[in-house]
Design a protein around this ligand. Structure first.
Ligand code: ATP
Length: 266
């Protein structure tokens, strides 16, 4: 069974029912589609693609997927113009995904700043892009939250990714289609309550919840920018604004996400 807007809607909780649901067979990037429409959107929209052919990651990287083997979707969400602090949004979204998967009995870890891992390998990526929109009544900042979540990782896809990737093979088989629709609805329920809480309380409400799932807690890591090592140290956790706290030989520093990546030291 394919993704279906009706099935997703049927599993939404009241606090997420104001989100418009769109399912398309194929598109380049659900993030790009929604960003192009920001000026015309009346409220939150979830756009999911059965097949995403040009999925985006951070800093021009790609998110790869095969038709029907993953969930690839974006949620466009308006924040009031006074919402100045969106730096903590990617890790807050990571917490939302981890908590929803946890409710499904799937344990995951979080890799700073924006990945969800399973047994050390990447299961889901998060890419958040923002845009401002002005209407006669108000100005809003829109976040377009793009998520790619592997269900199966067939050999051809694994080859193309070139790095170990994780999936959710327990959702395959009989009733897989139904489970995909239910999981997408559950993720949207979790995201909607996260975004409401984030708007009220900022990332502070999520820091502890992130730290309990920190994939690299106490481990020696490098922070890399365009192939260059910027910092090395022991990852001690995330702070109340979403920065990574790193214990270096020069003392503790707080690293801002920007475009940097984290690598565990061998
Ligand atoms: P890094 O993981 O290096 O810190 P990042 O978190 O910035 O990078 P993203 O922008 O979230 O990475 O995702 C893009 C990267 O994810 C790609 O460069 C590729 O290595 C990896 N990738 C792409 N598709 C998949 C997939 N389906 N499953 C797992 N990993 C993938």
């Amino acid at each position: 069974m394919k993704l279906s807007d009706e099935l997703i809607l049927a599993s939404l909780q009241p606090h997420a029912r104001h989100v418009a649901i769109e399912v398309v067979q194929e598109t380049g990037s659900t993030n790009a589609d929604l960003l192009a429409r920001i000026g015309q959107l009346q409220g939150p929209v979830l756009r999911a693609a059965e097949n995403q052919t040009a999925g985006r990651g951070r800093a021009g990287r790609s998110w790869l997927s095969e038709a029907g083997q993953s969930l690839t979707f974006s949620l466009a969400w308006p924040f009031g113009a006074s919402m100045s602090e969106l730096a903590g949004l990617p890790p807050a979204v990571g917490v939302a995904l981890a908590e929803t998967l946890g409710d499904w009995g799937i344990a995951v870890e979080l890799k700073w700043p924006n990945d969800v891992q399973r047994e050390g390998n990447k299961l889901a990526g998060i890419l958040i892009e923002t845009a401002a929109a002005k209407s006669a009544q108000a100005e809003s900042i829109w976040a377009v939250i793009g998520i790619g979540l592997n269900l199966a990782v067939p050999p051809a896809l694994a080859n193309e990714i070139g790095r170990p990737a994780a999936g959710l093979p327990e959702l395959a088989g009989k009733e897989a289609g139904q489970k995909r629709n239910r999981l997408l609805a559950a993720l949207l329920n979790g995201l909607a309550s996260t975004l409401h809480q984030f708007e009220r309380e900022g990332f502070a409400a999520f820091a502890e919840r992130w730290n309990t799932r920190h994939a690299h807690a106490g481990q020696m890591v490098s922070i890399i920018d365009h192939g260059k090592v910027l910092h090395e140290g022991i990852a001690s956790g995330i702070d109340r604004t979403g920065r990574l706290l790193l214990d270096t030989v020069h003392g503790q520093i707080a690293v801002i996400a920007g475009d940097v990546s984290l690598r565990a030291k061998e």
